[in-house]
Design a protein around this ligand. Structure first.
Ligand code: ADP
Length: 499
């Protein structure tokens, strides 16, 4: 758990930060109020940049621009193939600027640069390409209703989309909403998280370069209760796509109910279980458990934060997991040797540490970690709790940090019951070589995705999104496109048909 010094000479030099203003109708502008806020480097707490702080007045301007671009602009009217062509150009530009995007993302969010390069940036490009391919394949149905009637359905863009995103995967989350919205022919107002505003602005600039018309993508940086809430309650926003906490998801749904009843899709928190059966290869299962729980410093909605291991292999598993986590290197995310960077900001850092203190106070045992590390910055040791009871706070609440509860189970029935004993239902993992066990588990677990002998296995073509208090509505796949389309039925009479 030693924090490594900043490593120069590995690439990843910090670029000049060029985009710090709101992006409205194709131009970078100051907030109406003139206010700004600071975004900080989680390695040190130092200010990286001062960014325009948009609020309701700016959201009104952005929505008006998006409305105009939808009601009178060419984006929703052009052929899908033409939108697709511009999206492919956008993808190429993101790819050409991959290194600058990766560095900006790592710097703002404390994410491992080496991972951002091969995962986050690559996912952004492939998301645009996937949905570019869908833009000219938006079909309705034909309906032979009766001898006297026939109909067909049109799938039309919903209008202005409000897209509110979190800080753990800022660029991936940007495109998880923006790519399908673009393909559908919607226009949009994006509000990135206040902790990580820089990449969304950079990506807005690339959209303009690619030829996305002004007003189609607008980006309002600012805070949730002001800018975010203004989007959620706006009478002229036609849908909201949100990823974030369950608590804020509830506020978004409320804001919709109290304004114009806009459809909402919510990708919220989780407390996902990983269940390891006693026929598993212990080495493989431990490797999976480590990445499932610590990937992106545990700042992942699908993080496996409850690990259940069948009793006959429990002791071996615990020993190996503990040893692996003790050798985990926490440090500068720009250093390629490092396994885990700092938590995103001071508030998250303090929140995670307070959960750790709760766990200790509730009587759980700290097997590894259990405290902050490093001098300055928001670093926390990977922490395993054992002797955890199912009703402890650390076993029930989403912690969103490098903290895992390790628990023992006897039977398959018990594993199913405990896995499902949560308000959440986002993801789950099962490790077994027995196909019958795997099949029964995948049918029994109430979650949006069940990963068998893998974890974090995401793909553009695989729907992603939870149930229960993890929300509803899917990102990725054609299901994500559907969220941005309205189905309209058109019916005509048929006269004198003999059929
Ligand atoms: P986290 O707890 O992971 O920081 P949040 O749910 O607070 O996640 O934040 C996710 C996104 O929701 C951010 O862009 C944030 O600014 C925004 N947000 C926070 N509060 C509100 C709100 N009351 N209305 C709309 N958006 C909000």
């Amino acid at each position: 758990g030693e924090v490594q010094p900043v490593n120069g000479g590995h690439g990843g030099e910090v670029p000049e930060i060029r985009y710090t203003k709101l992006f409205i109708n194709g131009r970078f502008v100051d907030a109406v109020s003139g206010k700004t806020f600071e975004t900080r480097d989680p390695r040190t707490g130092d200010v990286i940049a001062t960014v325009a702080e948009g609020d309701k007045a700016d959201v009104d301007l952005a929505v008006a621009a998006a409305r105009e671009a939808f009601d009178h602009g060419k984006w929703p009217r052009m052929a899908g193939s033409e939108r697709g062509r511009i999206m492919l150009k956008y993808a190429d530009l993101v790819e050409q600027h991959a290194e600058e995007l990766a560095v900006l993302e790592s710097l703002d969010a404390g994410k491992l640069l080496a991972v951002v390069r091969v995962l986050d940036v690559v996912s952004c490009v492939s998301s645009l390409r996937y949905f570019a391919g869908a833009a000219d394949k938006i079909h309705g149905e034909t309906l032979k209703m009766s001898r006297q009637l026939q109909g067909y359905t049109l799938r039309e863009p919903l209008g202005v989309a409000g897209l509110i995103t979190p800080w753990n995967f800022p660029s991936i989350m940007f495109f998880s909403k923006v790519s399908p919205a673009l393909a559908a022919g919607c226009t949009m107002v994006v509000k990135p998280a206040e902790q990580t505003p820089l990449t969304a602005l950079f990506l807005a600039h690339l959209a303009k370069q690619a030829g996305v018309p002004d007003g189609v993508i607008n980006v309002i940086t600012g805070f949730g209760p002001t800018a975010g809430a203004a989007i959620a309650s706006h009478m002229d926003v036609n849908m909201v796509g949100f990823t974030g906490s369950t608590e804020v998801g509830r506020l978004i749904l409320e804001a919709s109910a109290k304004s114009n009843l806009k459809p909402v899709s919510l990708e919220l928190g989780g407390k996902s279980p990983l269940i390891v059966f006693d026929d598993a290869d212990v080495d493989m299962a431990v490797d999976l458990a480590v990445s499932a729980s610590l990937f992106n410093k545990g700042e992942a909605c699908v993080a496996a934060s409850r690990i259940y291991v069948q009793e006959s292999i429990y002791d071996r598993f615990e020993k190996k997991l503990g040893d692996t986590m003790k050798s985990w290197i926490v440090g500068d995310p720009f250093d390629p040797r490092v396994n885990q960077g700092p938590q995103v900001d001071k508030a998250q850092y303090e929140r995670v540490l307070s959960f750790i203190e709760h766990g200790k106070a509730e009587g759980a045992t700290v097997l590894t970690g259990g405290k902050a590390c490093g001098k300055g910055g928001y670093y926390i040791e990977p922490t395993i709790f054992t002797d955890v009871k199912d009703d402890m706070i650390i076993a029930k609440e989403e912690i969103f940090g490098p903290v895992v509860c390790l628990m023992k189970f006897k039977t398959e029935e018990e594993a199913i019951a405990r896995a499902n004993d949560t308000r959440y239902g986002l993801a789950a993992g099962v490790v077994t070589k027995n196909i019958n066990v795997a099949n029964r588990m995948t049918r029994s677990i109430r979650a949006g995705v069940v990963w068998v002998n893998c974890y974090f296995a995401m793909d553009n073509d695989c729907p992603f999104g939870g149930r229960k208090m993890s929300g509803f509505g899917k990102d990725l796949s054609m299901h994500a496109l559907d969220k941005f389309l309205a189905v309209k039925a058109v019916v005509t009479p048929v006269h004198d048909s003999p059929w």
